[in-house]
Design a protein around this ligand. Structure first.
Ligand code: HEC
Length: 181
């Protein structure tokens, strides 16, 4: 074999090896992590989180009177939970105080809770099935915004088991049939 053919051959082997090295790790990383999903582009994680809390409807259930006040709730009063219960086949649950949640959990634990429907314990109507699909960046931004508000403990009614009538105000989410059957 001439010297130039050997060079050509080894050159193409290097190219093949390089291609394998270059593509294999990113292909497996994509399978495992949600890092490459779309995320909100904002000047800071707190700004991204503030935006996402609103457009992803988190305030509707986690900020008292957010819907009634059409979103005009001062930051000081945001995300302290909702004392109006959500009643359904799962019992009655309350939109939790997310300022307490981020105070009691690390950012990694927050990501885990939202990815796993609170390790399988999470009840409706929290949209666990949607929240699990956030990119890592956006989940962390949501945490950063709630954290930036600081803790503000507010007492919420206790959740009740299925079949137990709730005390106080609640929204009935049971499915009814207009035919009365
Ligand atoms: C339709 C109402 C609703 C919406 C919208 C909603 N949540 Fe929730 N969320 C709840 C309820 C109710 C619970 C309590 C569920 C339970 O007790 O298992 C909850 C629980 C949680 C928890 C678990 C807290 C814990 O430690 O147990 C987190 C975190 C959370 N929500 C974050 C969010 C974020 C972030 C958004 C927006 C992307 C959001 N929620 C949107 C109603 C809602």
């Amino acid at each position: 074999m001439s010297r130039s053919r050997v060079l050509l051959l080894s050159g193409s082997l290097v190219a093949v090896a390089f291609a394998i090295v270059a593509t294999a790790p990113s292909a497996t990383a994509r399978g495992r992590s949600q890092d490459e999903k779309p995320f909100v582009n904002a000047p800071s994680p707190v700004a991204a989180g503030e935006y996402l809390m609103t457009v992803a409807s988190c305030h509707d259930c986690h900020t008292t009177a957010w819907v009634e006040k059409k979103g005009m709730v001062a930051k000081e009063d945001q995300l302290t939970g909702n004392p109006i219960g959500y009643h359904g086949a799962w019992g009655t649950v309350y939109g939790k105080n997310l300022r307490s949640v981020v105070n009691n959990h690390t950012e990694d634990e927050w990501v885990d809770i939202l990815r796993t429907a609170d390790h399988g314990k999470g009840q409706l109507p929290m949209p666990w099935h949607n929240a699990a699909k956030f990119s890592d960046k956006d989940l962390r931004a949501l945490y950063q915004y709630a954290k930036s508000l600081g803790p503000k403990p507010v007492r919420l009614p206790r959740a009740t088991k299925p079949g137990v009538k709730p005390v106080g105000q609640y929204i009935d989410l049971t499915v009814k049939d207009s035919t009365g059957k």
